[in-house]
Design a binder for this molecule. Structure first.
Ligand code: GAP
Length: 471
């Protein structure tokens, strides 16, 4: 069983401190969210798991961390200035503004059709303006400029982390002495002035991406590589708890491809299981795109267009690659798996969500997060908080565990309540200390998913838990 809808996760998040509406005390800020004590741990664990999987466990991927604000020319030559647009329409009656493609997808006759017959979701009218392009890059101004509109001061907050990788391609390749194929991974914030953000952390104007650009020879089997990365990522998500039936592969049709892509497969997640029509249950979790040599060429000072003119008159570098073995120089091609931290976190939470009925007929939420993702790995609970020896043994055990795993101590309720709290936030193990523990130096380990208990020597506890978490 997974969460029945996103709302269930919104209320759990608020109740237990995963995610809060941002700027709440000032009336909020449309679709901005703050991550609380548990949310930040979960998000960090998602990023760490991803980084470990790609950068540490493989031998062909390096990591970088580039600036959020880059030279504006990056966005000129990446063509985001000219083409990173959403089609915008206004309802002439109530003046509400929407993304035309999303309206058609959600309320119309489906993909590929037009707005005819789509009623305004706000007022019900059917009187739309012509769709017009709206650039999604968020602008800012650098330095203390006298003129508000000074174009020299204009800069953008990056709408994707990918460009920071392309402009550093040569830096990474030469300093690491990498030969093709190899990839460069980056995780960090991106910003888009979304016309219609919404659905909790699914579509926000500030979000976090985990992207990887995989550089290969021009004659590599690029479409096969797209399939390869789709398979790898499907495996990654399922290995961390997402059910395969909640993922769906979507081959993006030619007319909907981003300006740089020749093929894109989106991995969709069932974020809306409550919708009766299965086709409407999905939203993009991540995309895998074949970006060709588009970006490296665009940022290089050498390539010329059909008329023999330099494509890029501002760049000072040629981002081509010399293949020593083949004695050839060329622009590497790129296959890019691009995923979102926030959307991943939401998918992991939705899939981990279960409810269980106790012997007394009470419903308990059990968040069956993979131990690697769980914000807290173990809660240490004294069974008698007014017995100083028990409390001090529990505190000692918590501090012994802490260097190797995130542990907490809690004595603020009866044991049933303490277990329920930990189940709800996904803590895989609770350790209780009782009177017997003082005599035999053993503790009780309780499993979140089975509620089964076993006695373990305190001296062997850390090793025992690590093994059970598969580490
Ligand atoms: N470099 C390619 C790229 O940025 P994308 O499909 O536009 O591709 C990749 O974005 C991923 O980033 C998406 O699949 C999604 O997980 C996440 N993402 C994009 N826009 C988002 C938004 N407004 N809010 C939350 N996540 C977003």
């Amino acid at each position: 069983m997974a969460a029945p809808n996103i709302e269930t996760i919104v209320s759990l998040s608020k109740r237990r401190g995963f995610v809060f509406p941002s700027s709440d005390i000032y009336g909020g800020l449309g679709s901005a969210w703050d991550y609380g004590p548990l949310g930040v741990e979960l998000a960090n664990n998602v990023k760490r798991a991803w980084w470990r999987w790609l950068v540490y466990e493989r031998d062909d991927i390096e990591g970088i961390d580039s600036s959020i604000i880059l030279n504006r020319l990056v966005w000129k030559y990446s063509e985001h200035e000219a083409t990173f647009n959403d089609p915008l329409v206004d309802c002439r009656k109530c003046k509400s503004r929407f993304r035309a493609d999303k309206l058609v997808e959600e309320f119309g006759a489906g993909e590929g059709t037009d707005l005819a017959g789509v009623a305004c979701p706000k007022c019900g009218a059917n009187d739309w303006t012509e769709p017009r392009p709206f650039n999604m890059m968020l602008q800012t101004r650098l330095g203390a400029v006298a003129e508000e509109e000074d174009p020299a001061a204009l800069a953008y907050l990056r709408p994707e982390t990918a460009q920071g990788i392309f402009i550093n391609f040569l830096n990474v390749q030469t300093t690491t002495r990498r030969k093709l194929p190899f990839g460069v991974a980056q995780v960090g914030k991106s910003f888009r002035n979304e016309v219609t953000p919404g659905n909790f952390i699914l579509r926000t104007r500030e979000f976090e991406q985990m992207e990887m650009e995989y550089f290969v020879r021009p004659d590599a089997e690029h479409f096969r590589l797209v399939d390869y990365w789709v398979e790898q990522y499907t495996g990654w998500y399922t290995s961390l708890g997402v059910a395969r039936e909640n993922l769906f592969l979507y081959e993006v049709p030619q007319e909907k491809l981003a300006h740089y892509s020749r093929r894109t497969v989106d991995i969709m997640y069932r974020y809306f299981p409550e919708r009766p029509e299965e086709a409407r249950q999905w939203e993009e979790l991540m995309g895998i795109a074949y970006r060709t040599d588009f970006d490296l060429k665009q940022h290089s000072n050498k390539p010329e267009d059909e008329e023999g003119k330099r494509r890029n008159t501002d760049s000072t570098a040629d981002l081509s690659y010399f293949d020593e073995a083949a004695k050839e120089r060329f622009y590497p091609h790129v296959v890019e798996p691009a995923s979102g931290v926030n959307r991943s976190l939401l998918a992991f939470m939705m899939d981990a969500y279960t409810e269980r009925t106790t012997d007394k007929g009470e419903t308990r939420v059990v968040l069956k997060l993979h131990p690697e993702l769980a914000p807290i790995k173990v809660a240490v609970l004294p069974l008698a908080k007014n017995k100083p020896e028990i409390v001090s043994m529990a505190r000692r055990i918590k501090s012994e565990l802490q260097p190797s795993m995130r542990a907490v101590y809690d004595d603020t309720g009866g044991i049933g309540k303490l277990y329920a709290r930990q189940d709800e936030i996904g803590t895989p193990f609770c350790v209780t200390i009782d009177h017997q523990s003082l005599e035999d130096e053993a503790v009780t380990v309780r499993d979140r998913d089975t509620w089964e208990q076993e006695r373990v020597k305190a001296s062997e506890l850390s090793e025992h838990l690590r093994k059970r978490m598969g580490r």
